[in-house]
Ligand binder design. Structure first.
Ligand SMILES: *Cc1c(COP(=O)(O)O)cnc(C)c1O
Length: 412
């Protein structure tokens, strides 16, 4: 079902999140769409069976093509994204990889933002390159670099704004305008902003992808991906997902629909807490830089202000060079920040990252240690206090000798 634009704009987001994708009358009055388990779907007659297999209704013939539960989530995301149709995948990465494979063939050129999520890059370099697809990266912050690398055979441009490690913004509408001129499709990993804070399709993106694992599920207890296409890109996306037999588990889909109900209030708090934490770090003498497009003064702030309506709780800061022992003390001193991958859950996280060595189109990064932070739903004051006591403990662990500091530097 297409989503009418009027329905997207006329109702407040929080109200829509409370009511999207629900139909109690179809489910014995239950407030939520229950978990549907099933592979075989029986028909009452040969005529009904034939109609179920028809092109106009392909999802009614077998569990792999969906259930009332998966359709409820897909239709909900589609409406929030303002797309033509959405489809679920078992993980965010799966949504990225199957979208790319579905759009590309041997001899095509693929342009990817140099700041892209690492596993997406790995897939392009390891799998797509083997299929004779030419993979190239562009500088996320230099539009002329992007334009320069566009070719007649560029079939797909893959963007992610901001990059989920280094937080460079991209001028998505401008990139899309250039890409469409050569007939390329624009795919965006839109996980950071969620469907609430960046309307990718309205800004020229053809397929918008979310790792629902992050904010949509929101509780670090399941994995799921979703891709939403405009009308032009939908047939290729659907064909790829069906050809590969992609399905998602019903319990995970249920958790995503449940998470969606509170996405609006959670995001407001992640956003506010992230900004408060980022601002407190900006003041700290051991912090060289804070990477957060929602901060005034960030190089991406004006693009963020122009195109986005909010920020998530994920950002990074650059810590001045410290010894390994001091970094170890820093991370051991956190009482509220967990050390771990993923983000978007209710709990705060910290991660020491070094994304620069794999990059090919951009090289500049402050000398120091990149620490990615996910601001969870704890009190901002408690998180700030925890961060600052851990930084103080790291500092107290010793002023490093010059040699130690050099040895601890990431390769640049
Ligand atoms: C986590 C993540 C993914 C992948 O999602 P999974 O569900 O973990 O496979 C994709 N893109 C971004 C930006 C992510 O942070």
């Amino acid at each position: 079902m297409n989503c009418p634009p009027s329905a997207r704009l006329s109702v407040d987001t929080h109200t829509r999140l409370a009511h999207l994708g629900r139909s109690p009358a179809d489910h014995a009055g239950l407030v939520n769409v229950p978990v549907y388990r099933g592979s075989t779907i029986l028909a009452n007659s040969l005529e009904e069976w034939d109609s179920r297999k028809s092109v106009s209704n392909p999802m009614a013939s077998y569990g792999r093509f969906g259930s009332p539960l998966s359709r409820a989530l897909e239709d909900s995301i589609c409406e929030l994204e303002g797309g033509f149709r959405s489809i679920l995948f078992p993980s965010g990465l799966s949504a990225c990889t199957h979208t790319l494979v579905g759009l590309l063939k041997a001899g095509d050129h693929l342009l990817i933002s140099d700041s892209v999520y690492g596993p997406t890059r790995h897939f392009a370099d390891q799998v797509l390159a083997r299929m004779q697809i030419e993979v190239e990266y562009f500088s996320p912050t230099d539009l002329s670099d992007f334009e320069h690398r566009l070719k007649d055979n560029t079939r797909v441009v893959f963007v992610e704004a901001p990059g989920s490690m280094t937080f460079e913004m991209q001028d998505v509408p401008a990139i899309a305008a250039y890409a469409h001129r050569t007939g390329a499709l624009v795919v965006m990993d839109n996980t950071w902003a969620t469907p609430l804070y960046f309307k990718a399709i309205d800004h020229g993106v053809d397929i918008s992808i979310h790792a629902a694992t992050k904010y949509i599920i929101g509780h670090s207890d399941a994995l799921l991906g979703v891709a939403t296409a405009n009308e032009r890109a939908w047939p290729a996306l659907q064909a790829s997902a069906h050809a590969f037999g992609e399905t998602a588990g019903p319990d995970d889909i249920f958790l995503a629909l449940r998470g969606l109900r509170t996405l609006g209030v959670r995001m407001q708090r992640h956003w506010a807490t992230g900004i408060a934490l980022a601002q407190s770090l900006l003041q700290h003498e051991d912090v060289l830089d804070v990477l957060h497009p929602g901060l005034p003064g960030d190089p991406g702030h004006s693009l963020w202000q122009r195109d986005f309506t909010g920020a998530s709780g994920l950002f990074a800061f650059v810590l001045r060079p410290m010894s390994k022992a001091q970094l170890s003390v820093l991370f051991r001193s956190f009482k509220l920040f967990g050390i771990g991958l993923s983000w978007g859950g209710f709990e705060s996280l910290a991660l020491l990252a070094d994304p620069m060595p794999v990059r090919t189109a951009t090289r500049c990064m402050n000398q120091g240690h990149l620490i990615r932070i996910h601001a969870g739903l704890e009190s901002a004051d408690d998180l700030i206090a925890d961060m600052h006591q851990a930084l103080a403990a790291a500092r107290a662990a010793g002023v490093p000798s010059h040699e130690q500091a050099q040895a601890a530097l990431p390769v640049s």
